[in-house]
Structure formats: C-alpha cells, structure tokens
Write a protein that binds this ligand. Structure first.
Ligand code: 5GP
Ligand code: ZN
Length: 134
C-alpha cells in the first residue's frame, strides 16, 4: 500500500498536469491545440460554442487552467469563478439573449451529466427553456 501522502501527490499531479497529456479536450482548446469556435478569451477564461448545441445559443465558459469540477478545492480560484460569471453577462448581451433570458448550468459528476471533466459553465438561450431540467 502506498502511503496516503504519496497517493495524494499522484492525484494532485493527475488533476493539475497530467490531464492535458491524457487528452483533456478543453485544455487542448485553451492551448489552441484543438479547433473550436472561440468567441472570447482573456488571461483567465475562454468562451466557445458547444460542439453539440442544445439550444440556438449554447456557449461554454471554461477556465484557461485545468479545474476538474466544482468538487475541486477552489479556495484560491474565487476571483476566477467571479470573473467567469461576469463574462456570462457580457456574452449574453453580445448574443442578444440577455433580454429574452438564458440559463447558466454547471454539471458536476455523472448523475448531473458531466461528460467533460474540465470545469465549464454552459450558457443556453434563444428558445424557451423548461423547468425543472430533465
Ligand atoms: P457536460 O456534459 O460535461 O456538462 O458538457 C460538456 C459539453 O461539452 C457538451 O455539451 C458537449 O457537447 C461539449 N463538448 C464536448 N467535446 C467538445 C469539443 O471538443 N468541443 C466543443 N466545442 N464542445 C465540446
Ligand atoms: Zn483540462
């Protein structure tokens, strides 16, 4: 059995660095290694069109650096998370859905439907959205 500290170190390395090597798609998009329709980017985050849109407007806000999900320790990422929310409003205005309405969604883990394990915030709009979601 490996000591707990060594296991934790491996896990940390896996989360922070190895994801890119093992093909985290959003790390690749952020590094411009994988094509995507990028609508906005700055030093902290990017906004791209979802490859399989579920609404006329379906954008993803992703942090530039790898974060797996909201389950990560995000104590040091508060400014980033706040910034991502300010980008949401800006994109909604640009897309012309701020007045009609839009939904922001972050899926976490399997039962919520998370399929890409790099934190991302969905912006959905341009049609009537039903509640509760499926
Ligand atoms: P999740 O299900 O994890 O909340 O959302 C992942 C989203 O990423 C899905 O809506 C899916 O269509 C989108 N997606 C998966 N792979 C790619 C990709 O390579 N490029 C883009 N632009 N979107 C992707
Ligand atoms: Zn990543």
């Amino acid at each position: 059995m490996l000591p707990f500290a060594i296991k934790k170190l491996f896990f940390y390395a896996y989360q922070k660095g190895m994801m890119k090597m093992f093909g985290c798609v959003f790390c690749q998009v952020a590094a411009h290694e994988k094509p995507a329709k990028i609508l906005y980017e700055d030093e902290l985050c990017l906004v791209l069109q979802d490859i399989n849109p579920k609404a006329p407007v379906h954008l993803l806000v992703i942090p530039r650096n790898h974060i797996t999900s909201l389950n990560d320790d995000l104590e040091n990422d508060k400014a980033l998370l706040g910034h991502m929310l300010t980008v949401v409003g800006r994109m909604a205005k640009e897309q012309g859905i701020d007045g009609t309405g839009y939904r922001t969604v972050i899926n976490t883990n399997a039962e919520a439907g998370q399929t890409v394990f790099h934190l991302h915030l969905h912006i959905l709009g341009g049609r009537m959205l039903h509640w509760p979601p499926g």
